[in-house]
Design a protein around this ligand. Structure first.
Ligand SMILES: [Fe+2]
Ligand SMILES: [Fe+2]
Length: 360
């Protein structure tokens, strides 16, 4: 068994390496600018009220980034890798607010004065952490990033003319590009937090499962309680087929859970009920609630792949000559995964492995 100190060192070292890999990739592939990367003069001035209202709502959600960053940083400030990443994350979210603000301004439908006042109205409210425990915030962010990605992809379909809101044709290549740029960022964020949550499950399986369960049971989108007219905003999203309960369940929850080998919320709940002691190699039952609906073999495989990626990255610029990154295996996880494999062979608990999520 790894000691607590060994687990923490292995976890933090992995996160620190992974965030550096993330930054390099972000700078190479997604270094766009909210003002200069789009031809704003070509944005339509006659987009429908509903589409404008959706963009306004997105702008409002992205408006609480100073709170999202500062409050979370406060909780994780001792962790080098996690806090460094969060600062970078904030800088990528910052340009989302700028970009939606440009859509509102260049559409000619909202003035700078209006935006100024709207901002003051929004910032008059304050976002508070839905969970003040870091692992829960990681799982929360996995679902939240996936949900924002789905929102922006679906508004992108409206901009492509493939989806209509209240019968209006809002085809607009500039709006489409805006949606695409942000959705790509959100996909990268989603993938980062997904990998991070797998690292948590790998090194801290019990705490990880409890955190994930809480989030699935109680998830709400950020700032839902502090944005003016939020209900009207969600009604339009629902009417337009951009985002609603169906998308949340099918395109967010199901997709995220499949990344852990869990078939759905029901399987997760049943797994929690069945959480039980699992025998170790010596036939002795260890105490602890492990989730038997989760595929620990899949978590192990993904974490191993992540370590190979970070190792390769660090070797590419010679870092390994000073600090060779080594994957610290967690024997506890290996045992659980092995136990599950045996169970599967006996057809007791068939677990499906999902398709790999496209690399970010
Ligand atoms: Fe964002
Ligand atoms: Fe994001």
């Amino acid at each position: 068994m790894l000691s607590q100190a060994e687990r923490w060192y292995a976890f933090e070292r992995s996160v620190a390496g992974f965030y550096r890999w993330y930054i390099a990739r972000s700078q190479e592939l997604r270094n766009w600018n909210a003002d200069l990367s789009l031809n704003w003069r070509e944005l339509r001035g006659d987009l429908s009220d509903s589409t404008m209202r959706i963009v306004e709502g997105y702008y409002a959600v992205e408006q609480f980034i100073p709170d999202y960053v500062s409050k979370v940083l406060n909780v994780i400030r001792e962790s080098y890798g996690r806090s460094q990443f969060y600062i970078r994350w904030g800088s990528e979210e910052e340009r989302h607010a700028d970009l939606w603000r440009n859509v509102l301004l260049f559409s000619g439908r909202r003035s700078e004065k209006w935006l100024h006042e709207y901002n003051y109205r929004l910032r008059g409210q304050e976002w508070h952490l839905p969970w003040d425990e870091p692992f829960r915030m990681v799982f929360y962010t996995v679902f939240q990033e996936r949900a924002t990605q789905v929102n922006y992809l679906n508004l992108g379909l409206v901009a492509k003319g493939e989806k209509q809101i209240d019968g209006a044709d809002d085809t607009d290549p500039v709006l489409g590009q805006a949606c695409r740029l942000i959705a790509i960022d959100e996909a990268a964020h989603y993938n980062f937090f997904l990998e991070l949550s797998r690292l948590i499950l790998y090194y801290f399986p019990e705490e990880g499962v409890a955190a994930m369960y809480d989030i699935v049971k109680h998830f709400m989108m950020p700032a839902h309680d502090i944005i003016p007219d939020y209900e009207e905003f969600t009604m339009i999203l629902h009417r337009a087929g951009v985002f609603g309960l169906r998308q949340h369940s099918r395109d967010v929850v199901q997709v995220v859970l499949s990344q852990f080998g869990i078939e759905g919320v029901k399987a997760l709940e049943a797994g929690i009920r069945r959480s039980r002691d699992i025998p170790d190699f010596h036939g002795e039952f260890r105490s602890g609630a492990y989730l038997d609906s989760m595929d620990y073999g899949l978590v192990e495989k993904k974490v191993t792949q992540l370590h190979a990626r970070v190792t390769h990255f660090e070797e590419s610029f010679g870092r390994h000559e000073f600090d060779q990154f080594e994957f610290v295996e967690n024997p506890e996880l290996t045992e659980i995964a092995e136990y599950q494999r045996q169970q599967r062979e006996e057809h007791i608990a068939p677990i499906m492995e999902p398709e790999d999520e496209a690399a970010n």
